[in-house]
Ligand binder design. Structure first.
Ligand SMILES: [Mg+2]
Length: 427
């Protein structure tokens, strides 16, 4: 299953996340064409060094925040005039007729108590980046599609029957952590999931089981990818809804590769995966539990967690060269260790190294309450020469690991466990 996650009225929600006074009242974030980027003064331009994804321009204008008056009111010949348009509005404002793209002066006539804020793109990008990081820790494969939209691939991670429960929990946690309301669409294809999100708003979760039934009454312009050109061509044929397109495969195919692709996306049969960006620096998970003293039970838990980390790592197509393990005990005692392993990553190798690491750092007799494992220093980020000595062994281990990966992608992450995960001790 694919998830599509979209933040509800993002810029407004971002402002509300840092100012509770804006919650529950009509709010709009406004914008006006920003000519300052052409200015020769460069004093306020700051280069962002964080990776925000390919869709973000690397340079932001991070001026001090302007007031409404400074930003939106022009004084011409002694008369004041409100400039600018609505970029985003809250649902309370929309209920009063305020719409995206509407001149601010008109919006304020419709809704005089509307609170209008100048946009703060830097803050929105930081929030978006923080959410992207959060999602990357929750879902093995995530694609950031725009500043406030993400695709997640749950295949092999969450069984399709549990996708909705997973999405609702994710929605709750995002609200708890970031105070951002998101809507989530779930479907077997990413574009159907994106369409579903439209109908989940605000703050809803919608799972589409039967694509043809779902799209039957949906107007064609709701579909991402049906732009003005396609819309005109379809309207000329009297088509109004996506459902009417189902028997029109031939027509779409006559429009060549893009037409064929669009048809497959509409029907949810495109088979497209999510786009991967090699932007992450590490993969890790942690678990907290009641105190455990038995070393073999701790080792077993490490092996189970290692399987998860290995799965995510391979899903990302990454080759980490640093493995680390941290253990927290009662009385705030801690142990940690890391190894550099310049070899081809595989689950077998990872588990063997962690087992040695555990023997080295574990404090016998202490009650452990938390385990954290991670891998980092990916070879595509930090090119290093991999060991030639172990090349043949590693290639074999990698081939086995990839075989297990394929089975898990089809049947779930629990489909295969290795012996060292099964030596269960009570607790
Ligand atoms: Mg949005």
């Amino acid at each position: 299953m694919f998830l599509h996650i979209d933040i509800d009225s993002f810029f407004v929600s971002a402002e509300r996340s840092r100012d509770a006074a804006l919650r529950g009242v009509p709010v709009a974030v406004g914008g006006r064409s920003n000519l300052e980027i052409f200015s020769t003064r460069r004093t306020h331009i700051r280069l962002m060094d964080e990776n925000h994804g390919a869709f973000v321009a690397p340079v932001f204008y991070s001026d001090r925040r302007k007031t409404f008056r400074e930003h939106f009111i022009d004084r011409i010949d002694g008369r004041e005039k409100i400039r600018g348009i609505v970029t985003t509005s809250s649902y309370e404002a929309r209920a009063r007729g305020v719409r995206t793209g509407m001149p601010l002066a008109q919006a304020l006539r419709l809704c005089p108590e509307l609170i209008v804020l100048p946009g703060d793109m830097l803050f929105y990008h930081q929030l978006s980046h923080a959410l992207a990081g959060f999602l990357a820790r929750e879902i093995p494969a995530v694609e950031q599609f725009s500043i406030d939209e993400f695709f997640g691939d749950l295949q092999g991670w969450i069984p399709s029957g549990e996708a909705e429960g997973f999405a609702r929990e994710l929605q709750r946690r995002i609200f708890r952590e970031f105070h951002l309301p998101v809507s989530i669409g779930i479907a077997r294809s990413k574009w159907t999931a994106k369409l579903a999100t439209e109908y989940a708003k605000p703050y809803g979760v919608l799972k589409v089981e039967d694509v043809e039934a779902f799209i039957r009454e949906i107007p064609i312009d709701k579909f991402p990818g049906i732009g003005r050109g396609y819309r005109r061509r379809l309207e000329e044929r009297g088509v109004r809804t996506l459902g009417e397109l189902i028997p029109m495969r031939r027509l779409f195919e006559s429009w060549g590769v893009p037409g064929r692709q669009l048809y497959r996306r509409i029907l949810g049969i495109d088979g497209e995966g999510i786009a991967r960006r090699p932007s992450r620096q590490s993969v890790g998970i942690s678990r907290t539990f009641d105190p455990i003293v038995e070393p073999e039970e701790l080792r077993r838990r490490i092996m189970v967690m290692a399987r998860h980390v290995a799965y995510i790592t391979q899903k990302l197509g990454a080759n980490p060269t640093r493995y680390s393990l941290r253990i927290r005990y009662l009385q705030n005692l801690r142990a940690k260790g890391a190894v550099r392993v310049d070899r081809i990553f595989s689950e077998t190798l990872f588990k063997a190294e962690l087992s040695r690491l555990f023997d080295r750092i574990h404090r016998p007799g202490e009650g452990a309450i938390k385990l954290a494992l991670s891998v980092s220093d990916f070879t595509h980020l930090h090119p290093r020469t991999l060991s030639l000595l172990d090349l043949e062994t590693d290639r074999r281990a990698r081939a086995i690991s990839e075989g297990m990966q394929r089975i898990r992608e089809r049947f779930g992450l629990d489909a295969i466990r290795t012996g060292n995960e099964l030596a269960a001790v009570n607790n």
